[in-house]
Design a protein around this ligand. Structure first.
Ligand code: HAM
Length: 423
């Protein structure tokens, strides 16, 4: 039997990849308007980085990491997310010495050993951004405005933004204690998983999909009623600036995140188009993370968008691959050789040119030109070589014009060179 891909890890084929390229390019365009620069980190890191940042008791660290020992017996992990590696690179390369505010973006594969289903894979791709060095709520609002602009740019409007504040190390422990006490009184209604984790990670119970847990937590205390005054002010300002920037949002006090580094603002962009995998993007503030990883005490905020989920949502509006601008159909060895050189010269001059490599009949070559959706065709046979002229056929209206072979490259590159990549 032939070898297949690893479960939950997918190929992106021609015909699909154009949508990916469009989504990636749009991200580069929008993020650069806000002053973000790209950062690329390795896809594997020392395992410890993720345990210390994401949190030992999270699902990701407990169950989902691709961790293995290399040949020197060092434990390494395929990155399950991008924030921790970016923080590691930020600290290691002293980026804070270059600028008090760093705005970074990244895109690439992440790995989580989850149960694959629609919208959830073991290798998936994120488009992420991180801002380091600013505590001001304006940055929270600006990052969300940028996310909003990106979705407008890629023309996906069936998403809504939910925001919450998870408090800080000052106010969250008190809230957690109250939540634990509340859960303790309803322990028999919780699922086995939540009975196990309610003490170590009580907030996750609010997020559990099990009907019993949802019913048991309907009247659970709200984190927003337990914020200290500075977290409360910060959250009020985030909402104020979001309104000022006309970014629509809903407050969802039950929204918690699966990573431990968050403080204060957290958010998710959700859709009802993807079944249970409803978060298309998510993120928040992580003010203590850089310091806890051995760097300076700098606040941070960011988000990551799940690219596969965007692609699923863009499926109806597939972007077509670039089609040839010219197909040269040649007959006979001499004409085929001439066509081959012409095609190369046209490509160098910036024209998307194609020809037949398989020695097919003229009819079959024209069929292929049609199938490839070539804008123009040029037929080259003995007669054309002799007269030094050939017919250029416009495939959309079948009009023909005579063109001199001598000036073919100059004429065509002038005529066709400006056609956009996505036709
Ligand atoms: P996250 O919520 O774990 O956050 O992931 C962000 C997004 O990645 C999700 O909303 C989803 O769209 C996508 N995603 C996650 N897991 C999968 C999967 N198995 N298959 C397909 N898509 C998936 C983070 O990763 C944080 N690092 C985000 C962040 C950046 N926070 C601050 N800065």
């Amino acid at each position: 039997m032939s070898i297949t891909a690893i479960k939950g890890m997918n190929d992106v084929l021609p015909g699909e990849v154009e949508t990916w390229q469009f989504l990636e390019q749009s991200a580069r365009d929008v993020f650069s308007l806000y002053g973000f620069s790209e950062i690329r980190t390795p896809i594997a890191e020392k395992t410890e980085l993720f345990c210390r940042s994401i949190g030992e008791t999270t699902d990701i660290v407990e169950k989902e990491m691709y961790t293995f020992n290399d040949k020197s017996n060092h434990s390494m992990t395929l990155r399950p997310e991008g924030t921790a590696p970016v923080m590691r690179a930020f600290i290691q390369n002293h980026l804070h010495n270059l600028d008090p505010v760093s705005k970074l973006y990244y895109m690439g594969p992440m790995f989580r050993y989850e149960r694959p289903q629609k919208g959830r894979y073991r290798q998936f791709h994120q488009l992420g951004v991180e801002v380091l060095g600013v505590e001001d709520a304006k940055v929270d609002a600006q990052v969300l405005a940028m996310l909003h602009q990106y979705f407008a740019r890629i023309e996906i409007d069936s998403v809504s933004l939910q925001i919450n504040s998870l408090g800080c190390p000052e106010c969250r422990p008190g809230y957690q204690q109250e939540l634990i006490a509340y859960l303790e009184s309803r322990l028999d209604q919780l699922c086995v998983e939540c009975q196990r984790r309610y003490q170590t990670n009580p907030l996750r119970v609010l997020d559990c999909k099990a009907a019993g847990c949802q019913a048991a937590t309907i009247d659970a205390p709200s984190v927003l009623d337990h914020l200290c005054s500075s977290c409360n002010d910060h959250f009020t300002q985030v909402k104020y600036y979001l309104n000022a920037l006309q970014v629509p949002f809903k407050v969802n006090s039950r929204m918690v995140r699966g990573l431990d580094y968050y403080v204060r603002t957290t958010f998710e962009l959700v859709t009802d188009q993807l079944g249970s995998q409803n978060a298309v993007a998510a993120g928040g503030r992580y003010d203590g993370l850089v310091e806890s990883l051995g760097g300076p005490a700098l606040p941070g905020i960011g988000f990551a968008i799940g690219l596969e989920r965007l692609v699923l949502m863009k499926n109806e509006q597939r972007i077509s691959p670039a089609t040839p601008q010219l197909f040269i159909a040649a007959l006979g060895k001499e004409a085929t050789d001439r066509a081959f050189v012409l095609m190369s010269q046209l490509q160098i001059a910036g024209v998307r040119a194609e020809m037949d490599y398989l020695g097919k009949s003229l009819k079959a070559q024209m069929r292929r030109a049609n199938k490839l959706n070539a804008a123009f065709t040029l037929i080259l046979g003995e007669d054309e070589l002799e007269s030094g002229q050939a017919q250029l056929k416009n495939m959309s209206d079948s009009s023909q014009s005579i063109i001199a072979l001598e000036s073919l490259v100059a004429t065509l590159s002038k005529k066709l060179g400006q056609v956009s990549t996505y036709s």
